[in-house]
Design a protein around this ligand. Structure first.
Ligand SMILES: NC(=O)C1=CN([C@@H]2O[C@H](COP(=O)(O)OP(=O)(O)OC[C@H]3O[C@@H](n4cnc5c(N)ncnc54)[C@H](OP(=O)(O)O)[C@@H]3O)[C@@H](O)[C@H]2O)[C@@H](O)CC1
Ligand SMILES: Nc1ncnc2c1ncn2[C@@H]1O[C@H](COP(=O)(O)OP(=O)(O)O)[C@@H](O)[C@H]1O
Ligand SMILES: [K+]
Length: 518
């Protein structure tokens, strides 16, 4: 599925016009397609179309005309006094049909009794902060009890970034012309968009441009995860070292290791604080657990580095961080790992926090992935979680550039960035907002790294499978999303991976003796 920024959509639009498909044709098809969806999804008897002064408003005029033709009682609010070009022609058609058109001052009146509001105030031509006049209209739309269908992008949301500065429409359904706009899948825009649909507006294939952000769907991940090839042994299937846990925090290490095992690792080593090792050894039947020196707080510090490096020599990837503990010793441990370990390293949780103010990631030449949530990213970017959350795509890109690594920024829209590449994951679910799911994710991505998958692809595939596992659990149990606990993901990760691998475990048949991940 394609994602476009405003600029990319503009390029495709211009290319289409150069091929003789006029803006008027595109607008007509957009409006007709959107009206069809409005009728299908909402069956309104009374509708209001709130139309701005640009082409987004022009689309809205076409939607209004089509709804009227289908017998819906329609009223139109036109935000500008004078229109030009295609929007003007479409507005004239409304007037000729006797459809009532009022100015912004009439909005409140027409909203009462509406069964659908079509939000065509601002589209991809908008960025920055909404001016007060339009902001007041947006607040009125949001105060109306009627469902809202947003044309192309919810008004007030930056279509290229998902950023919202000030007022923005909260839609139930956003219908994008030709391609989903990036701002409809990146938070906070994502939360404003509601469900997202696309209508074909007749852009010919030759007019497509290369998108700068991709939707991390199953199709884009096809073929990226290798099966374990014969002749195989447990090391060739992927050997992961997990450096996690502290005396008072053991569950995080369990979930990271278990996530890695279910994502196909042949062997998982855990180096943990000495005080946590006996308990973790008992709980992790298949893993090889080693206790390393700990400080008075029960955290591993620089003294644990020898144990870590000893094990790292046998591992094809390393995950550091869950339950590690925060402090100066932990910082030196993480810096030592980044300096000494050649294999891909994934940093999560406290390992990221420990690097606040450190240049160790940027200095590292070998591959690295970090998997922060907004708060953790803020710590290594010298910013607050709110600042990160307001500009997620920009901040993830900036972090990847500054720290020279692959960045997976967690959230409802999990974003993966490396260099110029960026992907937004669609499988996330609110059910994942529960303690420990991030630990499972770092184990899953670590497993993929250990199996030789490139960092950017490992992060994308891991995020996809992690979200998909939650959805499979919801489908299978029928239980409320709130009841999911992180370890529930473990039993559903295999089915999520089966979908990515393209064949179910049953279809594969029983493994021959001596094959598969040990
Ligand atoms: N491209 C395509 O292929 C196709 C595009 N299509 C459609 O066109 C849309 C893009 O249309 P667009 O470029 O005319 O811009 P649009 O979103 O209507 O915004 C301009 C209006 O917003 C206003 N405005 C701006 N900033 C503001 C602010 N801060 N605060 C308040 N107001 C502000 C600005 O006001 P002005 O500055 O002019 O006073 C002007 O009135 C796109 O989303 C899709 O729906 C389809 O028809 C088919 C093919
Ligand atoms: N509302 C949400 N929708 C989708 N995914 C979410 C949501 N909230 C959290 N997640 C996902 O859940 C995981 C939480 O990770 P994290 O915050 O590190 O938790 P923990 O440290 O407790 O494991 C991340 O993968 C994140 O993307
Ligand atoms: K809109």
């Amino acid at each position: 599925m394609r994602l476009y920024t405003a600029e990319e959509m503009g390029s495709a639009d211009r290319a289409a016009q150069e091929m003789g498909i006029t803006g008027r044709i595109l607008m007509e098809r957009a409006g007709v397609g959107m009206a069809t969806l409005a009728l299908e999804r909402f069956s309104p008897r009374r509708a209001v179309a709130v139309c701005g002064g640009g082409n987004n408003g022009g689309d809205g005029f076409v939607v209004a005309r089509e709804l009227h033709r289908a017998g819906v009682e329609v009223e139109v609010v036109a935000s500008k006094e004078t229109y030009r070009g295609d929007p003007e022609a479409n507005l004239r058609a409304l007037r000729a049909l006797g459809i009532r058109v009022v100015g912004p001052e009439g909005l409140e009146g027409v909203l009462s009794g509406a069964e659908l509001v079509v939000d065509a105030l601002l589209g991809t031509g908008f960025s920055g902060e909404v001016r007060e006049r339009e902001a007041a209209m947006i607040r009125q739309i949001n105060a109306s009890p009627a469902p809202v269908l947003a044309v192309d992008v919810p008004s007030g949301v930056d279509g290229s970034t998902g950023e919202v500065r000030g007022a923005a429409v909260r839609a139930d359904l956003t219908v994008c012309a030709h391609a989903i706009k990036v701002g409809c899948v990146v938070s906070p825009g994502r939360e404003h968009a509601g469900r997202v649909a696309v209508v074909d507006i007749g852009i010919p294939p030759g007019a497509e441009v290369e998108p700068s952000v991709v939707l991390n769907d199953a199709a884009s991940l096809a073929g990226l995860i290798p099966r374990t090839a014969e002749p195989a042994h447990k090391y060739s299937a992927g050997a992961l070292l997990v450096v996690a846990g502290s005396r008072a925090m053991t569950g995080a290490a369990v979930m990271t290791v278990a996530g890695a095992q279910r994502a196909g690792c042949g062997i998982v080593f855990l180096v943990t604080a000495a005080g946590a090792a006996p308990l973790l050894d008992a709980r992790l039947t298949e893993a090889i657990v080693e206790g390393a020196p700990e400080d008075a707080a029960g955290h591993m510090g620089e003294e644990a580095l020898d144990a870590v490096l000893g094990r790292a020599g046998r591992a094809s990837a390393v995950v550091v961080g869950p339950g590690l503990g925060v402090g100066e010793g932990g910082r030196r441990l993480v810096e030592g790992i980044l300096r000494e370990v050649e294999a891909p390293v994934l940093l999560d949780a406290d390992a990221i926090t420990n690097l606040a103010g450190s240049g160790a990631l940027a200095r590292r030449e070998a591959p690295a992935v970090i998997t922060p949530h907004a708060g953790e990213l803020g710590r290594i970017m010298g910013a607050g979680a709110r600042e990160i959350s307001a500009s997620r795509l920009r901040c993830a890109r900036e972090a990847a550039r500054r720290h020279r690594c692959c960045v997976l920024l967690k959230g409802s829209d999990t974003i993966v960035v490396e260099g110029d590449r960026a992907a937004v994951n669609p499988t996330g679910h609110v059910a994942l907002a529960t303690a420990g799911t991030g630990d499972v994710l770092s184990g899953v991505i670590g497993a993929l790294l250990s199996r030789g998958v490139e960092p950017y692809d490992a992060a994308r595939a891991g995020a996809w499978a992690h979200g998909r596992a939650a959805r499979l659990w919801l489908e299978e149990t029928g239980w409320p999303a709130e009841s999911l606990i992180a370890t529930d993901l473990l039993s559903h990760l295999p089915r999520a991976f089966a979908e990515l691998l393209g064949n179910s475990p049953e279809a594969e048949g029983p493994a021959a003796p001596g094959s598969g991940a040990g």
